[in-house]
Design a protein around this ligand. Sequence first.
Ligand code: ATP
Ligand code: NMN
Ligand code: ZN
Length: 251
Amino acid sequence: MMKSRIPLVLLACGSFNPITNMHMRLFELARDHLHQTGRYQVIEGIISPVSDSYGKKGLVSARHRIAMAQLALETSDWIRVDPWESEQEKWTETVKVLRHHYNESLRSLQFRKGLMRNNWPIERATEDFLSSLDPVSPELKLLCGADILKTFSTPNLWKEEHIKEIVEKFGLLCISRAGSDPVQYINESELLTRFQHNIHLVTEQIQNEISATHIRHALCKGLSVKYLIPDSVISYIKHYNIYTEESERGK
Ligand SMILES: Nc1ncnc2c1ncn2[C@@H]1O[C@H](COP(=O)(O)OP(=O)(O)OP(=O)(O)O)[C@@H](O)[C@H]1O
Ligand SMILES: NC(=O)c1ccc[n+]([C@@H]2O[C@H](COP(=O)(O)O)[C@@H](O)[C@H]2O)c1
Ligand SMILES: [Zn+2]
């Protein structure tokens, strides 16, 4: 009998200021990689933009960042943008975003099982009980570029226990990025080395150095960003005049 694949949800956190074609490529690369392992079935991709309180210089309002992501993802049948993180009053540490979406995916599983079981009292089902019912509960993994792996070793930026929870409980999909050496970051970290079986490194063969910062700078200078971000996003940016020298100075 063919072994069934583990359903898997991919979650990418970041500013998405604005969303670029490369952000969406990350998901396609990760899905191909996971499917090639023969162990996973990727069921959904979620983009979670940070809230305005993240306070990064040049960060435009979440309302705009979400709207641009929605436009960009109109052509995807499996990636969506989720506003939950961006709606939180304070900045939410990434592990808490993962916990939220993991609970959400369990809730929707409970709901589907509840329906299947003729409205069985689903609110009383514990996580363990549900797992015992269904051996293929979805996994949730964090998707990021290799530069994020590097920031794990920046003092006081990430709590050690958070990194541990991310790589031990959830797992990580890390896409290569010019200027970042993920193998080296793993080798230099005892924690990442210990859990490297949960870290999938994916190499983009067609190197792509698009960054949102470059996009914003080009827009401020009135240069073309066509074919780097979707046309619909370019129209939105023009319509609301989002990226200006003033917005770049903000915060
Ligand atoms: N060209 C790229 N190659 C690999 N990963 C990327 C690339 N661009 C963005 N990412 C990843 O996308 C996620 C979201 O990143 P983010 O919103 O910071 O985009 P960015 O292009 O790095 O923007 P900024 O220049 O504002 O930092 C991160 O995990 C980041 O590593
Ligand atoms: N301790 C943490 O959980 C932690 C620390 C630094 C950045 N992050 C996240 O990493 C991402 C970084 O995005 P930027 O590269 O746009 O700054 C954001 O989603 C941010 O919330 C999380
Ligand atoms: Zn970045």
